[in-house]
Design a protein around this ligand. Structure first.
Ligand code: C5P
Length: 224
């Protein structure tokens, strides 16, 4: 029997990360944060002095990316070699740098096998942009979350303020629009829902409401 996968795709700020992690925890399944791989790769390349647009250079690093994940109290910790880089990769710059390396076709190819290796019994919840379209096209359930850029910028603003980081809402909105444009217009694996994905607009929904709806959708398919 094939190991079931639930894919959760969509742009950042839609509640995708929190939803995927909670789903994985409640189902007792493995969790793949594919965005973290692109973020760590961008950090690794910058530190190695490799330009983010150097496709051959970044691909060589991707093939031997010394990344691992460790369970933490809440969100999993992301390790680059033995260093905990969770906070370092979760910055706005980290997201922007990730979307530059993520636009390189050979880099995406180099990370495919590593992502598929997360598919282990009893199941996997995979969070990203192309989980349902490219990485796990045979997933048991595909979800695509959307929300208006304004709602997403507002959520990010509150999240950063909560961490004591001073940010400008207009600049965040601008960053979100720029990153969406790069993710939607790239030649390989552009950000778009799989034809068989369930699309959920979270603009006016809180996290508990999103989770309730998704759990009901999963139950209808006999998952969870
Ligand atoms: O999800 P997260 O914000 O961590 O992703 C950072 C960036 O990595 C995205 O803007 C996107 O460019 C890239 N990404 C991707 N494919 C994925 C996950 C992330 O291209 N499956």
């Amino acid at each position: 029997m094939t190991i079931p996968v639930v894919t959760v795709d969509g742009p950042s700020g839609t509640g995708k990360g929190t939803l995927s992690l909670h789903l994985a925890q409640s189902l007792g399944w493995h969790f793949l944060d594919s965005g973290a791989l692109y973020r760590v790769l961008a950090l690794h390349a910058s530190r190695a002095g490799v330009a983010l647009t150097d496709e051959a250079g970044v691909t060589a690093l991707a093939l031997r990316l010394p990344v691992s994940f460790a369970a933490g109290d809440g969100e999993p910790r992301v390790l680059l070699e033995l260093e905990d880089v969770t906070a370092a990769i979760r910055t706005e710059e980290g997201g922007a740098a990730a979307s530059v390396v993520a636009a390189l076709p050979a880099v995406r190819e180099a990370l495919l096998a590593r992502q598929r290796a997360f598919r282990q019994a009893p199941g996997l919840v995979a969070d990203g942009r192309d989980m349902g379209t490219v990485v796990f096209p045979d997933a048991a359930f595909k979800l695509f979350l959307t929300a208006s850029p304004e709602a997403r910028a507002e959520r990010r603003y509150k999240q950063l303020k909560g961490k004591g980081i001073d940010v400008n809402l207009a600049a965040l909105l601008e960053d979100i629009r720029r990153r969406d444009q790069r993710d939607e217009q790239r030649a390989v694996a552009p950000l778009q829902p799989a034809p068989d994905a369930e699309i959920l607009d979270t603009t006016n929904l809180g996290i508990p409401e999103v989770e309730d709806r998704v759990r009901r959708l999963l139950q209808l398919r006999g998952i969870g």
